[in-house]
Ligand binder design. Sequence first.
Ligand SMILES: Cc1ncc(COP(=O)(O)O)c(C=O)c1O
Length: 390
Amino acid sequence: MIASVLPTYNRAPFSFVKGEGAWLIEADGRRFLDLGAGIAVNVLGHANPALTEALTEQAGALWHTSNLYEIPQQKALADKLVDATFADTVFFTNSGTEACELAVKMARKYWYEKGVPERVDIITFSGSFHGRSSAGIAAAGSEKMTKGFGPLLPGFVHLPFAEHDAVAPAITDKTAAILVEPIQGEGGIIPLPDQCLKGLRDLCDEHGILLILDEVQCGVGRTGKLFAHEWAGIDPDIMMVAKGIGGGFPLGCVLATENAASGMTAGTHGSTYGGNPLGCAVGNAVMDIVNTPEFLSEVNRKSGSLRQKLEGLVAAHPDVFDFVRGQGLMMGLKCKATNMDVVQAAYDQDVLTVPAADNTIRLLPPLNITDAEIAQAVDRLDKAAKSLSD
Ligand SMILES: Cc1ncc(COP(=O)(O)O)c(C=O)c1O
């Protein structure tokens, strides 16, 4: 008999009743050090007092009105994002997948309104992940995600990731945009070299096409900048954001320049819940904390310390780990052992990590994890690796 919850997930056999910062706690009191943070979501840890206060205060006043009316919390968050980034305008969603949907629609509408409706193709890259909607899986294009779900949404051109020379020849008079994750998350924490990101920006400028960045996983302070593309010193035309911006409350958004958003006039897109008062109250609190030089510089400092410790871990267990990659507090350990065995061995040491493609495990801890917790995490991963070598 089918489970009452549609069985699309391979869940680990843990069930948590409470969270405290970087810790998740089961009913029997077992405490796990959470290096997954709900897959890069709980940027300020579990049960963060400032976020709890923002949410409960809003919950006591007003939950939902719909986008039929003005939502001041939404306007405040949009203003913060516009002030802090390349963007001139923001649309709020409930998830990264919905942000992908709008990014694709926005790019196509841009060309339609420019009188070039045949420009519909979006160049994407192998190993990418943009969500599980029809547009998201077509954008990713991998057999794993698309098999059995055809006919796929047309108009995606798939190129190998980080093979820059393949991009220019693939641009045609049907190309609308290039869509890329500055650091592939699900793909195995694989950063796109800054040179490549700059090169993509140059190609977009040369051909007048739009650069769409998917910062759903790598954005919101995760890499030590508010958004990962800042490291390369370039700006996109459109950017997808989710996960961290809600700190655990379902919230996403699309940021865009005025030019890129020019086709999106009243009635062309919408969402019942997107940007509702509860989500935006939390989003505002997240931005107030994360988007400060002090907070981001702490992420960078902790990242340096985590990376150094992980390099030591790899050196100590060359049979288990291959190398470390990533940026900020978005680290991947490419494994020599099977990554799921490493994730399991870490569970046995009460540490939560997240598997990814390319035989990698992901470490995406809350951005406010403490130095002592980082030391403890690596110590436990060391024990996990030892248990695999024994
Ligand atoms: C880069 C990227 N884009 C899009 C998504 C989809 O986001 P969501 O699961 O919130 O729909 C994810 C989720 O993991 C992601 O990592």
